[in-house]
Design a protein around this ligand. Structure first.
Ligand code: 5GP
Ligand code: MN
Length: 338
């Protein structure tokens, strides 16, 4: 954050403020960990804080401190709007463009309150007065730690904040294995553990909380819905509406499945296509240089990071897959070089 911004933000936060915190559509571990971690920190500083999630998030994140007070804007749009209207600071976490919060984007854009953007996605839009942004950061949670340190408040870290932040770092780095994991990431995690984060318990709560149907769905997808194209170093899953119903799909049930496709020897590009709510939600992952942020922006109205991105398609599942298959030869050289 540039010095003038930091100075102005410190001045604003020197007295109690009404703050709202919002994160991206379909919040994941980093989105909720950063939102709830920052909320706890601001509450400790004496501010009034409301966390708004555009829609629901997976149950395996419900244990985090502050979850009970989160406003799900899809369920309670009026309360969400009121929170923004009454705020004199709106924090936008783990997203880089107001399009990523769908209908909430208009309320945030038209609010006169200054915005604080804390994020690690490339190519952020210019809508915030205060910006803490780094594509080199493993996660937004890592940046929340950096933000507390910048504000001179590292000493306010406690077990609850530390476990929220640990969660997002853990999920966004694939448990500390993706290249975005740095020495600084581990140093931050050391400090979170020093502040009381129980890392083993966090892993169990997030990763060992499967329903039987979720595990059966994974088996089904692996056995029946995986397509491999070794000639393009590509593998992908598809999942229909009927598959969702058959396995009693709950939010978060397919989180991480795309990584199984990427784990196949020789594969550097993986995708997951899920027919949901009249759209096809797309997830893309890559290993090496192949840029799925660019791929998704160009072809699936999406975005994300170089090695992890998402998007959507208004076509049917079959049409979406057909279009994807047609695209692959255009990327053959890039895929073989990745
Ligand atoms: P996931 O595949 O887990 O949904 O998302 C992977 C990454 O891409 C995340 O960083 C997420 O924020 C980003 N992402 C997912 N969907 C979209 C989308 O529709 N648009 C943009 N711009 N980014 C997305
Ligand atoms: Mn993130």
């Amino acid at each position: 954050m540039i010095a003038e911004q930091l100075q102005a933000l410190r001045a604003l936060l020197a007295t109690p403020q009404n703050i709202s915190i919002v994160t991206h559509w379909s919040p994941d571990g980093d989105a909720m960990g950063s939102s709830l971690g920052l909320a706890q920190y601001f509450i400790k500083k004496g501010h009034a804080v409301t966390v708004v999630a555009p829609n629901d998030y997976p149950e395996f994140l419900y244990w985090m401190k502050g979850h009970d007070a989160v406003i799900d804007a899809t369920q309670k749009p009026k309360e969400a709007e009121q929170a923004f209207r009454e705020s004199n600071l709106i924090c936008c976490l783990d997203f880089n463009d107001l399009k990523r919060i769908n209908a909430l984007g208009d309320w945030v854009a038209t609010s006169v309150a200054p915005k604080l953007l804390i994020d690690h996605h490339p190519q952020p839009s210019d809508f915030a007065a205060f910006v803490l942004h780094s594509v080199a950061a493993s996660s937004t949670c890592e940046l929340i730690f950096d933000f507390m340190a910048l504000m001179g408040d590292e000493a306010l870290l406690d077990k609850d904040i530390a476990e929220c932040l640990y969660t997002g770092i853990m999920t966004d780095t694939g448990s500390f294995r993706f290249p975005a994991t740095t020495q600084h990431t581990h140093e931050v995690v050391g400090k979170l553990m020093g502040a009381g984060a129980n890392h083993a318990q966090v892993h169990v709560r997030v990763y060992d909380d499967n329903s039987e149907s979720r595990l059966r769905l994974l088996g089904f997808l692996l056995a029946n819905r995986l397509k491999v194209h070794p000639e393009f170093r590509t593998a992908y899953f598809m999942m229909s509406d009927a598959d969702h119903h058959r396995f009693n799909y709950q939010k978060g049930d397919t989180e991480g499945v795309v990584n199984y496709a990427l784990s196949i020897r020789g594969i550097c590009f993986a995708a997951f296509f899920a027919e949901r709510d009249g759209k096809v939600k797309c997830s893309f992952r890559s290993q090496g240089k192949f840029d799925v942020n660019q791929f998704s922006r160009t072809n699936f109205s999406g975005g994300g990071h170089v090695n992890a991105a998402g998007g959507a398609s208004d076509e049917s599942l079959e049409q979406t897959i057909a279009r994807f298959e047609v695209l692959l030869p255009n990327y053959k050289t890039a895929l073989l070089e990745s």
